[in-house]
Design a protein around this ligand. Structure first.
Ligand SMILES: [Zn+2]
Length: 204
């Protein structure tokens, strides 16, 4: 069995029937970068042939491709933290929450891919391709997990450090949904502002 795009050439068991009904149609979708459809086809195949190693590998592979595509789309995501000059930082809370949601989605897809790979490893403990592919999935998962942990820590720590109220209007701040500006005060405390409050203060 040959998975062209990623350069995988994995000698995994796959019957001619599985190949004709599931692998070929899934590969056609994958050639058009339609990985979610390819994954659907393979998952249907696994419902009918749960022990098919070829289909199991493809399930992991297409899951990985979906996660990979999603995470490269994140690089075009608007920046959630922007410097405003003079040490002030703007954090877009709503965007940060969205980004964290995306991270979680990707990690969930990778975890499902990993389940397939773990099943394959049980039957092919010495397959270098399978081991290497598990390594790919793990490192991607760790990287995304680390990034989202850092972001979560920032978001959940800031109210403790900067308080829950805007220095400008004295009203409460929702760090999950609002755009917030952080700035060191003269007493080197961290102060938090609603973005509009900060902007109108700077203008005056
Ligand atoms: Zn305010």
């Amino acid at each position: 069995m040959h998975v062209a795009e990623g350069g995988f050439d994995v000698p995994l068991k796959c019957s001619p029937e599985e190949y004709k009904h599931f692998v070929e149609p899934a590969m056609l979708e994958a050639q058009n970068s339609n990985f979610p459809s390819a994954l659907d086809i393979v998952e249907n195949g696994l419902n009918a042939h749960p022990a098919s190693e070829g289909l199991m590998f493809l399930k992991a592979y297409f899951g990985y491709k979906i996660a990979d595509t999603m995470s490269s789309e994140l690089s075009s995501f608007p920046k959630v933290i922007q410097p405003l000059g003079n040490g002030a930082l703007m954090v877009d809370g709503a965007m940060t929450s969205q980004l964290l949601g995306k991270f979680q989605e990707i990690v969930k897809i990778l975890s499902e891919a990993e389940e397939s790979i773990n099943e394959l490893l049980q039957v092919n403990p010495s397959s270098q391709e399978v081991v290497a592919f598990k390594g790919y999935i793990d490192s991607k998962k760790n990287q995304l997990g680390q990034e989202s942990e850092n972001m979560k820590a920032t978001i959940s720590n800031t109210p403790n450090i900067a308080g829950g109220f805007c220095v400008g209007c004295r009203k409460s701040i929702s760090y999950d949904t609002q755009k917030v500006v952080f700035r060191k005060s003269s007493g080197s405390q961290l102060e938090a502002w609603h973005l509009p409050c900060f902007q109108s203060k700077v203008k005056n």
